[in-house]
Design a protein around this ligand. Structure first.
Ligand SMILES: [Mg+2]
Length: 167
């Protein structure tokens, strides 16, 4: 069993864990930070405060498990980005199929186990794609949230499903 990854992960992420504000504000004047960035900064700070390293450590462990499962079957050769991308879309289609042609009442009775299975397939392929590009999953999600915070400020977007360019 590989026990060295938590230490490597801790060293790699030490700055953002010990000082999330400094880490997240690198590259920009704090006074010029946008509302969306500040909102995400706050979220990031709360995540670091509440979860410490455990959640991200468990996520990395999960990715390691997926890679071990994949490599034991010599499937890496099939896991090119285009195939993983397609697999995510196909599994999303399988998830949608569970609800297809059903009215609200029938859709509410959907088999939760089947939803969990398809969701697990989507997460698994998404994590494998993130692993391929060596993305830090937390960082790419928070970065996208910052972008979405810019596009959808609360005062304009609250209770509104319009696209950002129509707000
Ligand atoms: Mg499936």
């Amino acid at each position: 069993m590989n026990t060295s990854w938590p230490k490597r992960w801790l060293v790699k992420n030490r700055l953002s864990l010990t000082n999330p504000v400094d880490s997240a504000s690198r590259g920009g004047d704090a006074t010029k930070r946008s509302r969306g960035s500040r909102e995400v900064l706050s979220i990031k700070h709360r995540i670091c405060q509440r979860t410490k390293i455990n959640v991200m450590g468990e996520l990395q462990e999960l990715i390691n498990e997926l890679v071990r499962f994949r490599n034991a079957r010599d499937w890496k050769q099939f896991h090119k980005p285009k195939d993983l991308s397609a697999a995510i879309a196909i599994e999303a289609g399988e998830l949608q199929e569970l609800f297809l042609w059903k009215g609200d009442a029938e859709a509410a009775q959907v088999d939760r186990e089947r939803v969990a299975e398809e969701l697990a397939d989507i997460f698994a392929f998404a994590l494998l794609l993130a692993e391929h590009y060596d993305f830090d999953v937390k960082d790419i999600i928070l970065k996208k949230m910052a972008q979405n915070g810019e596009k959808y400020p609360v005062e304009k977007a609250k209770g509104n499903a319009k696209k950002y360019d129509q707000l």
